[in-house]
Write a protein that binds this ligand. Structure first.
Ligand SMILES: Nc1ncnc2c1ncn2[C@@H]1O[C@H](COP(=O)(O)OP(=O)(O)O)[C@@H](O)[C@H]1O
Ligand SMILES: [Mg+2]
Length: 608
């Protein structure tokens, strides 16, 4: 067995305790539920006891032995001079109905309120998990595939819910019933009851062994569900490419593999589950056999009426179903625990570190990058090496370089998504780490290479986050400046048009214009455009460029672009190659001095 499969009981207790913390706010519902199930299990005992009442009333009056129900009935409604049979004819049916009704009520209260607990726990876990993901550092997203994360929120959380509702309900209901029945049997004839306890260790052993297997398979099922979500998510989002490159078959094969693994693990779990129940039943049957043998022993049975023997056997037989259910519930519990383990591991992801304490309203926009070096975690090469760059407030600097030269990486570091390995970045003379992170990021409006749009109205997509309160006119103005209004006006509901998933139905250029409008509305002192206009045709780009020129005038701007027009308008051009700055200066000067720049420039010129 590997380490992973070895259940540690100490770890389990920590897990239970942690889950309990989520249950605490709903203790009232939990108590109600336990009360309900208690009444339910008591009802089961009383129904067994009723058989004694029935049978004893059929016997000779001299043999009349009082059971629990008959005692209660006699107390509530004394028989007077009625014969035991006449009395029982009324009392037994009434008692049966009353006990059943009360038991039914207990069942309802127990089940419903346990769901209140379980659903609330799941809701809180899910929201907490999502919050953690929303605040997780960049690294977390690098390390986890999107589909896997999605599966944690949907599948894993649901597994905990199964354990919390179904399993806990069954545990309480059947557990209490078993305890109540055993207590009753003990009360009737303790020596006979001990026969039952003889098989208890064997049953316990089966339960423990089975539990281990369940946990292991459950972990694998979870992970494979993550893969299933992952493959389906990325395939459904890329159907066009898949068709064109005839790669659908390839994805189907991957999906099949993920799903097959999931099936196999589920089957292994089902196998263990299907084996364990009959094994436990056989053990119980052995106990029952022994019970009958002892029950007919005259010594043991001295002073035991036929009625109480039947009641005893009824109670013993009634234990079969709860014990079967209890052994089956294990799989759900183990699945829930495996899922809870994983969810807690996610929840323990530390949020994006923020050591900054200095608040910042609005920066002047002076950026000083000094001897900056950075290597992606796990990567051997520096993505940026010894980069020094000064951006004066209001200056527009263009950053050019071949793809993979580190341009976007520099943006990531400026936005504090990663920490530099060497060197530092200062904004308005203060090292960026010293600013409160949210305040710091408020200083930046960024249009990046990948554009994120949400299934919301265009207006809300432009007025995202802190600009949410922008007036209709302000949003309109931003859309106009980004030359987005031209296509927005064509849409049936204009700015109130609801976008599809990720902006489905819009062209790449249209999405970029919305992203630019969003950045313009934010009106931050630093503007970063990372190939923000790459999807636009030369003419639209020229329009936007013109609009941006006015906008950039009073803010620090870093433009990453291939296109000539963008670069020529910049105050300065920086050429990045292999993570190092190889040339910088005004456009004309660079053309003469830097062969790389001249070549990049020439390629672009020919390309467009
Ligand atoms: N998340 C990442 N993890 C590891 N390496 C990365 C990551 N992102 C980019 N890189 C690597 O860093 C280098 C610079 O990438 P990038 O800054 O995106 O280039 P550019 O934007 O200039 O095209 C490339 O070699 C790229 O492979
Ligand atoms: Mg890039």
């Amino acid at each position: 067995m590997t380490d992973l499969n070895k259940p540690s009981s100490r770890g389990d207790w920590a897990l239970y305790r942690r889950l309990l913390v989520y249950v605490l706010p709903y203790s009232w519902a939990f108590v109600l539920s336990v009360g309900g199930f208690f009444i339910y299990s008591l009802g089961s005992v009383l129904l067994a006891d009723l058989t004694q009442f029935l049978l004893d009333s059929l016997g000779q009056a001299s043999e009349f032995e009082l059971g629990l129900v008959s005692t209660a009935a006699n107390w509530i409604w004394p028989p007077g001079d009625k014969s035991p049979l006449d009395y029982a004819r009324i009392a037994v049916p009434v008692a049966a109905v009353v006990i059943s009704l009360v038991r039914a009520l207990g069942f309802f209260v127990g089940n419903y309120y346990m769901n209140v607990v379980a659903r609330s726990v799941v809701h809180n876990l899910r929201v907490q998990l999502f919050e953690v993901m929303m605040n997780a550092p960049r690294r977390y997203y690098d390390d986890n595939a999107g589909g896997q994360l999605l599966s944690k929120i949907t599948f894993n959380v649901e597994q905990v819910s199964g354990a919390a509702s179904d399993a806990l309900k069954a545990l309480l209901r059947e557990g209490l019933t078993v305890i109540a029945l055993l207590t009753y049997m003990f009360y009737l004839n303790w020596r006979l009851t001990l026969v039952f306890f003889a098989v208890a260790p064997a049953i316990g052993l089966v339960v423990v062994i089975v539990g281990r297997h369940f946990r292991r398979y459950s972990r694998r099922i979870q992970d494979s569900m993550g893969s299933v979500t992952q493959v389906s998510g990325e395939s459904l989002g890329a159907f066009e490419v898949l068709r064109i490159f005839a790669a659908s078959g390839q994805q189907i094969a991957r999906f099949k593999e993920a799903s097959r693994f999931n099936r196999n693990q589920s089957l292994k779990l089902a196998f263990v589950q299907a084996v364990s129940t009959p094994v436990i039943q056989t053990l119980l049957a052995l106990a029952l056999g022994a019970l009958f043998w002892f029950a007919l022993d005259p010594d043991l049975m001295a002073g035991f009426t036929a009625g109480s023997l039947v009641a005893f056997i009824t109670a013993a037989a009634q234990m079969g179903k709860p014990i079967r259910t209890l052994s089956g519930v294990q799989s759900i519990v183990q699945r829930g625990l495996a899922a809870a383990e994983d969810i807690f591991a996610q929840i323990d992801t530390p949020p994006e570190p923020d050591r900054g304490t200095t608040p910042l309203q609005r920066a002047r926009g002076e950026l000083e990058i000094e001897r900056l070096s950075f290597r992606y975690p796990g990567s051997a090469d520096f993505a940026l090496e010894n980069v020094s760059l000064h951006l004066a407030p209001g200056e527009t600097v263009a950053l050019v370089g071949r793809s993979g030269s580190g341009k976007s990486t520099l943006v990531q570091l400026l936005l504090r998504f990663y920490n530099p390995d060497h060197g530092e970045i200062r904004l308005d003379d203060l090292i960026v780490d010293e600013y409160q992170l949210t305040d710091y990021r408020r200083q930046f409006a960024v249009v990046s290479q990948s554009i994120s749009l949400f299934s919301d109205t265009i207006r809300n997509n432009i007025a995202l986050g802190e600009t949410h309160d922008a007036t209709y006119e302000q949003v309109l103005a931003a859309a106009r400046q980004a030359h987005a209004i031209e296509f927005i006006e064509q849409l049936p509901n204009g700015l109130d048009t609801v976008l599809g998933d990720g902006g489905a139905g819009l062209s790449g250029g249209q999405k970029q214009r919305l992203a630019i409008a969003r950045a313009l509305l934010k009106d931050a002192p630093v503007l970063i455009l990372d190939e923000a206009t790459s999807a636009l045709d030369t003419e639209s780009e020229a329009y936007i460029q013109e609009a941006l020129t006015g906008f950039c005038a009073n803010r620090t701007t870093l433009v990453i672009a291939h296109r000539l027009s963008t670069i020529e308008n910049a105050d300065r051009v920086i050429v990045l190659d292999g993570g190092r700055i190889v040339a910088s200066g005004p456009h004309q000067q660079l053309l003469a001095e830097s062969t790389l720049y001249a070549r990049l420039h020439k390629q672009d010129f020919e390309g467009s």
